[in-house]
Design a protein around this ligand. Structure first.
Ligand code: UN1
Length: 517
C-alpha cells in the first residue's frame, strides 16, 4: 500500500520546493546556517515525519541581524517600483509553484488541499496588490499657514520588520507582511511556527531564488526557526522597529508589552471569537454553507472561524435543524483527498484542548446537539482527527467567552430586535470578525453602524472567515488592533515624516508668534 505521501506526490512536491530531510532553519536569503537543535515536523495527516529543521541559536540570530541591518541600507535606496518588480517576480514564481506549495501546506498543517491552494492564492493576490502599491506610497501636501511655505508628508522605509506567524496560515500571513514590507523598502526576519517549519524553508527557497536572479544582497528575506525563545530575540531587539505577530491573545499580550517597553511598534493579529447573527429574514441557502464553512473550515483553526451562531428565536429550530443536518454530510479524513471536507487538528495538544472545551461547555450547562470526539481506526492513525461539535450554550459561559482553536460551534438564541443580537455578538473580549445574515436593509445597516458590530471585520450575508486581501485585516479589543494586508495597512511598514519648507526671505513663526531680534 503506498503511503499518503507517496499517493499524493509529496516527495516530488518537497523536491520542487527544495525541502530536504534535514534543513538548516536559519537563512539570510541564499545562505543557510543553523546550530540549534533539530525540530521534527510530523504531519497531522498521517503522523509521519516529513522532515527536520535545525533551530536558530543566539549566534545564528546575530548573523541574521547583521545581514538584515546591512541589507536595509541598500534596499531602501532602490526605487519603490523596482522593489515592486521583485515582488511581481515572486508572485509569478508562486503561480508556478502553487501546486507543490499548496500540497505542503495541506500535508504539514492539515488543512484541506483546496484551502492549501487558497492560501497560496492569497500570497499571489497580495503580491499583485503590492506591485500596484509600489507606485502609490503617496504622501500628501498640506496647505501651510505661513506665506511661501510648503508642507508635505513623506513615507520612509522603517527598517527590519520582525514577523512571527502561526501554524494555521503557515505561508500566507508571512507574505501579507513581506510583500508590503519589501515594496516599502524594509527587510524582513521571519520566525515561523515550530509546528509548520518546513513551510518556511519552502517559502525562503522561493524568494531566495528571485533575490539571487536580481543580484540583490543577503539580508532582505531572512528566516529563523525555533520556539518562543527565538521569538523573544526579536521582540526584545531594539534593531527591529516593527514586530508583526499572529497568534493567541496570550502570546500577543507578552509580545505587545515587550515591544512597547522599548518603544517599538507592533502589529498584533490575535484571537477571535467570531459570531454570525441569523435574523428572521436570513436566507438558509446562504446561512448554511456560510456557517458550516466558517465553523469547520481549516478544522476550526482560523482566527476568523465561526465560534457562535446567534439565532433569532422565531427561526431558531429551522436554522438549528438545517445546520445539524449539514454536519451529517461532512466527511472527515485525509485533507489531501478532495472528497473530504475536514482534515485533522494540528497536534494532540490541540485535540486535548478541544476535548476539554466540550467537557467544560457541558459542565457549564451546554446541551450537545452534535457530539464531538476523536476518530480512530484506518486513516485516523495520527490521532488528530476530531468530529466537529455543536453545543447549545449561553454567551456568558466561560468557555464560550474563550477562543478554542477547534471545530466547536455554540448556538444561542436572541429575541426581539437585532440590537439584542448585536449586544451578544459584542459581549466577548475579542473583536476580529462578525457577520449578519439578513435581507432586511435596516438590520444590515444597524449591524454595520457605529453602534453595531465592534469587530474589525463585519460582513453581511457572508460568513466570518475567508476575507479577501484587498481589505485591511485585523480586529479590535483582545484581537490586538493591528491591520494587515489591504487598504492602507502598508503605512505601518513605514515611518511618516512631516516636512515644512520655507522659500520666502523671512522667518514667520507658526501661530503668529512674534520673536523680533
Ligand atoms: C488567520 O486565521 O490567521 O479571512 C487568517 C480568512 C483568511 C485569513 C485568516 N483570509 O479567513
Amino acid at each position: 500500500m503506498p503511503t499518503i505521501a507517496q499517493q499524493f506526490g509529496m516527495e516530488e512536491a518537497l523536491a520542487q520546493l527544495g525541502v530536504k530531510a534535514i534543513n538548516d532553519g536559519t537563512s539570510t536569503g541564499n545562505e543557510w546556517f543553523s546550530n540549534g537543535e533539530l525540530i521534527e515536523s510530523y504531519s497531522p495527516v498521517d503522523g509521519q515525519l516529513i522532515g527536520k529543521v535545525r533551530a536558530t541559536t543566539a549566534a545564528d540570530y546575530e548573523r541574521v541581524m547583521e545581514s538584515a541591518t546591512k541589507a536595509f541600507k541598500t534596499f531602501r535606496t532602490m526605487p519603490a517600483p523596482q522593489r515592486g518588480e521583485i515582488v511581481r517576480q515572486f508572485g509569478n514564481k508562486l503561480r508556478e509553484l502553487k501546486e507543490p506549495l499548496g500540497k505542503l501546506v495541506s500535508y504539514e498543517m492539515g488543512k484541506s488541499l483546496q484551502e492549501g491552494y487558497g492560501e497560496v492564492q492569497e500570497m499571489i493576490d497580495i503580491c499583485d496588490f503590492a506591485v500596484g502599491l509600489s507606485r502609490q506610497l503617496n504622501g500628501q501636501t498640506i496647505p501651510s499657514e505661513r506665506p511661501k511655505h510648503v508642507m508635505r508628508e513623506q513615507w520612509h522605509s522603517i527598517g527590519v520588520v520582525g514577523i512571527i506567524s502561526a501554524f494555521n496560515f503557515p505561508v500566507a500571513v508571512w507574505s501579507w507582511n513581506t510583500a508590503l514590507a519589501w515594496i516599502c523598502g524594509d527587510v524582513c526576519v521571519w520566525k515561523a511556527s515550530e509546528k509548520a517549519p518546513l513551510c518556511s524553508i519552502a517559502c525562503q527557497n522561493i524568494i531566495a531564488g528571485i533575490l539571487k536572479d536580481n543580484n540583490l544582497p543577503e539580508g532582505i528575506s531572512c528566516i529563523i526557526n525555533g520556539d518562543y525563545k527565538v521569538g523573544e530575540m526579536m521582540t526584545t531587539d531594539v534593531r527591529i522597529p516593527l514586530i508583526s505577530a499572529t497568534g493567541s491573545t496570550r502570546m500577543g499580550r507578552i509580545v505587545g508589552t515587550t515591544v512597547a517597553q522599548r518603544f517599538g511598534k507592533s502589529l498584533l493579529e490575535l484571537g477571535g471569537n467570531n459570531a454570525i447573527i441569523i435574523t428572521p429574514t436570513a436566507d438558509l441557502k446562504v446561512v448554511v454553507p456560510g456557517a458550516v464553512f466558517g465553523a469547520v473550515g481549516t478544522a476550526g483553526q482560523r482566527c476568523t472561524s465561526t465560534r457562535r451562531l446567534i439565532i433569532h428565536e422565531s427561526v431558531y429550530d429551522k436554522v438549528r435543524d438545517a445546520i445539524v443536518g449539514a454536519y451529517k454530510q461532512l466527511t472527515i479524513g485525509n485533507p489531501l483527498d478532495q472528497k473530504n471536507h475536514i482534515g485533522p487538528l494540528i497536534d494532540k495538544d490541540a485535540v486535548n484542548t478541544y476535548l476539554a472545551a466540550i467537557e467544560k461547555a457541558k459542565a457549564e450547562g451546554g446541551k450537545v446537539l452534535v457530539d464531538g470526539g476523536v476518530l480512530s481506526g484506518e486513516g485516523y492513525e495520527s490521532g488528530c482527527y476530531v468530529k466537529p461539535a455543536i453545543i447549545e450554550a449561553e454567551n456568558h459561559f466561560e468557555i464560550v467567552q474563550h477562543e478554542t482553536f477547534a471545530p466547536v460551534l455554540y448556538l444561542m438564541k436572541y429575541s426581539g430586535d437585532v440590537e439584542n443580537a448585536i449586544d451578544l455578538q459584542n459581549g466577548v473580549a475579542q473583536g476580529l470578525s462578525s457577520a449578519i445574515m439578513t435581507n432586511d436593509l435596516k438590520e444590515a445597516e444597524k449591524f454595520l453602524s457605529f453602534s453595531g458590530s465592534d469587530c474589525g471585520i463585519a460582513n453581511v450575508n457572508i460568513g466570518t472567515s475567508g476575507a479577501e486581501i484587498g481589505g485591511a485585516f485585523g480586529g479590535e479589543k483582545e484581537t490586538g488592533g493591528g491591520r494587515e494586508s489591504g487598504s492602507d495597512a502598508w503605512k505601518i511598514y513605514m515611518r511618516r515624516q512631516t516636512n515644512t519648507v520655507n522659500y520666502s526671505d523671512e522667518l514667520p513663526l507658526a501661530q503668529g508668534i512674534k520673536f523680533d531680534l
